[in-house]
Design a protein around this ligand. Structure first.
Ligand code: FMN
Length: 123
């Protein structure tokens, strides 16, 4: 994935966090296989719907972990080591992402947000 080379430093930082976290939750889409092969349009629509559900599930996991005082990282950089990760997990289901859960050693300040008016368009 040459066009993604710019993201390698970020992926390396993700690996560091994965090594430090005591718990990694692999999130699998059991309706799909590898993301590195083409699929028919019908399957893509199912995949989009599944991705929405999976995103909501991950969000709920992260909110619940936060409520329990835990720190989390939502990881999509799994694509950089996709084969190694699915071989390690021993699955042929689609690895959608990983959620790292641990004990946060920092409490970063709130990140800046674009004003609502910049991201919402009324028609
Ligand atoms: C879908 C998704 C995938 C992400 N993947 C990664 C990742 O692979 N590595 C990483 O360090 N952070 C990852 N993050 C975390 C973001 O970089 C960011 O820290 C997090 O979303 C909190 O910032 P925000 O509130 O501005 O979204 C991901 C976040 C999302 C929503």
């Amino acid at each position: 994935m040459k066009e993604w080379a710019f993201a390698i430093p970020d992926a390396e930082n993700t690996v560091r966090i994965m090594e430090e976290a005591p718990c990694l939750i692999a999130v699998l889409n059991t309706n799909q296989k590898t993301p590195f092969e083409g699929i028919e349009n019908e399957k893509r629509i199912v995949e989009i719907c599944d991705s929405l559900s999976i995103g909501a599930a991950i969000e709920n996991m992260i909110l619940t972990a936060t409520e329990h005082g835990l720190g989390t990282l939502w990881i999509a950089n799994t694509c950089f080591a996709y084969k190694e990760l699915v071989d390690f997990i021993k699955t042929d289901n689609q690895l959608t992402g990983i959620v790292a859960v641990g004990f946060a050693n920092e409490a970063p300040a709130k990140r800046p947000r674009k004003p609502f008016t910049d991201i919402v368009e009324y028609r």
